[in-house]
Write a new protein. Structure first.
Length: 216
């Protein structure tokens, strides 16, 4: 497939999804820090569980960098229990907060003043944060133009024969970023629409291909 055809396919799929679903208003969260917490907690679970964990943090009045940083690990784990793997995720949140305070005095605006490539490498160095989580933080909390690839992306676009389902994360990301204009809002909306399609139509088993918005 030529680069021109690939670009048209990607743009066409976006247009169909947007016409079908409309704007998704992602990422759910009150401010960048809540988005970051959500991005870390959403690993290996669904958003409903993450939302319950975040509600616990809000009720405890600890959903700020300073308060979570000083909160004992066992108390943090109890509060985020609904998100699953809560002991592991508590340690990951603490690792990120330790990074934020050690390097940026706990100030997100200072962290987000760095160039994309430099900050991405720094966030990826934090224990427990992989490419998908790092890019979610950069796109949704930092407003950097970086495309987020997840399991839905690989499933949908491998079924559309645009790449293999076992494609490397960065290769899949390169396909989107190399063929779409570099635009935060576009990347934000496209990823959100992909998630909507994956959840409602392009399921892992029993996909609803006959009524899929991008079946043709």
């Amino acid at each position: 497939m030529s680069d021109n055809q690939l670009r048209k396919n990607l743009e066409g799929i976006y247009d169909k999804l947007y016409r079908c679903f409309g704007p998704q208003d992602w990422w759910p969260g009150d401010g960048p820090f809540e988005v970051i917490v959500g991005a870390i907690l959403t690993q290996n679970t669904n958003w409903q569980n993450v939302s319950r964990a975040i509600d616990n943090l809000k009720r405890a009045k600890v959903l700020t960098p300073q308060k979570l940083h000083s909160l004992p690990l066992n108390k943090l784990a109890r509060l985020i229990r609904p998100s699953g793997y809560f002991n592991i995720k508590a340690k990951r949140l603490k690792s990120f907060l330790n990074f934020l305070f050690k390097n940026y005095q706990g100030k997100l605006e200072k962290m987000f003043s760095l160039p994309l490539d430099e900050l991405r490498q720094e966030i990826l160095s934090v224990k427990g944060i992989g490419p998908e989580t790092a890019d979610s933080i950069l796109l949704y909390a930092g407003n950097y133009p970086v495309f987020v690839v997840d399991a839905y992306t690989k499933r949908i676009f491998s079924r559309k024969k645009l790449f293999c389902e076992d494609v490397d994360y960065h290769r899949a990301q390169e396909i989107f970023m190399g063929n779409l204009k570099k635009d935060v809002q576009l990347y934000n909306e496209y990823h959100a629409l992909i998630v909507r399609l994956g959840k409602d139509f392009c399921k892992k088993t029993k996909p609803k291909c006959a009524i899929c918005p991008i079946r043709k």
